[in-house]
Design a protein around this ligand. Structure first.
Ligand code: ATP
Ligand code: MG
Length: 346
């Protein structure tokens, strides 16, 4: 038996296994772990040995010598590297579950609405072999909406847009079920790529992952600033032409220009969802507006840009980075009421 998984209480858990971040919610305790979905390996004689997981491993991304690999096992919301994902899940569960008992926990994990049966089975299998007694799956948009405090059990249409690292999921819910959902492979990662490509093209400069993250969270914006320039920041990278390190100033107008395409794709996904929604539910959404969740929802002025392009009222959820984990946790706490939202056996 997987002894580390043992605790005084059976400590059932909810896991948001995200492309960028993994969060673990323990029943009765709330969110107890929130770390980047990254695993660092040492490769020696062809054998992989885990060196670090989560926060510590993220610091190594882009800074590893040849013998060390830092891997993100999730891509576009699903497991891309099965073995590495399993290592990561095991590590996080072990970290949360320190005490000794004989009961294995029940674990609920959220999966993108568009995950295939094969992908779902892979996630369930990883959780079981990480030591769960029972593995349940919940659709991410439902978890996001619950976590954002939306009244999803009502017979009214609600729209939730979860903008994560790998994907943006747009969903219309009514009576605690999905009426419409669509996932596009556009999220924080795509925004990073767009910024990197922009700086390469316009400044002949190469920047690393930590710099791009800093740009997004410091002066990131989805809209052209009114003065045509906006706030500025200094960034460092490498000159592509001569390979020498250089420092430049970047402003919000440049960031908005770089992010035009991903922002546009998110706006279009919302419009397409609204058009595909049955008229009465669409009218509810016009009345009640749209809720944004996920880390991408924190991009500066994304709510304003979406409001302008779609004409809908847009809110950003409180604790948008935690919504999916909180919602999955609620599904665990109030299982009798939300039982049909959790799938234990497909
Ligand atoms: N202030 C911010 N502005 C813009 N982007 C941000 C901000 N804060 C976080 N992000 C981005 O949000 C993303 C992470 O969000 P989140 O944790 O919701 O994703 P995830 O759940 O891991 O991914 P997915 O749901 O696609 O599997 C990262 O790409 C990160 O750069
Ligand atoms: Mg997510």
């Amino acid at each position: 038996m997987f002894s580390i998984l043992t605790g005084l209480f059976s400590a059932d858990m909810a896991i948001d296994l995200g492309t960028a971040n993994t969060l673990v919610y323990v029943k009765g305790r709330g969110i107890v772990l929130n770390e980047p979905s990254v695993v660092a390996y040492h490769v020696r004689d062809g054998k992989k040995q885990v060196l670090a997981v989560g926060e510590e491993a993220k610091l190594m991304l882009g800074r590893t010598p040849g013998s060390i690999q830092a891997i993100r096992p999730m891509r576009e919301g699903v497991i891309a590297d099965f073995d590495v994902a399993e290592e990561m899940i095991k590590h996080f569960i072990r970290k949360v579950h320190k005490r000794t008992t004989f009961t294995k926990p029940k674990i609920i994990v959220c999966v993108p609405h568009g995950a295939t049966p094969v992908e779902k089975r892979a996630i369930r299998q990883s959780v079981l072999s990480a030591g769960a007694r029972k593995a349940g799956l919940i659709a991410e948009p439902i978890a996001a909406a619950i976590g954002a405090g939306m009244p999803i059990t009502d017979a009214t249409g609600s729209m939730v847009v979860d903008i994560g690292g790998g994907t943006t999921e747009v969903a219309v819910l009514s009576l605690a079920d999905i009426v419409y959902a669509r996932s596009i492979r556009v999220g924080g990662d795509r925004m990073d790529e767009a910024l990197i490509a922009y700086l390469r093209r316009h400044q002949s400069m190469l920047i690393g992952e930590s710099t791009v993250e800093r740009i997004k969270t410091t002066i990131g914006t989805a809209r052209m600033p009114q003065d045509g320039r906006g706030a500025v920041m200094q960034i460092r990278g490498r000159d592509i032409l001569n390979g020498v390190p250089k420092e430049i100033e970047i402003n919000q107008a440049q960031v908005a220009e770089a992010l035009t395409e991903p922002v546009q794709q998110i706006c279009e996904a919302v419009m397409i969802a609204l058009e595909a929604t049955p008229p009465d539910l669409a009218a509810d959404i016009v009345d009640r507006g749209v809720m944004l969740t996920g880390g991408g929802a924190l991009l500066g002025d994304l709510d304003l840009e979406l409001r302008e392009q779609t004409g809908l009222a847009i809110s950003v959820a409180d604790q948008s980075l935690h919504c999916v984990a909180l919602g999955t946790g609620k599904a665990l706490e109030y299982e009798s009421r939300l039982r049909h939202a959790v799938d234990y056996d497909s």
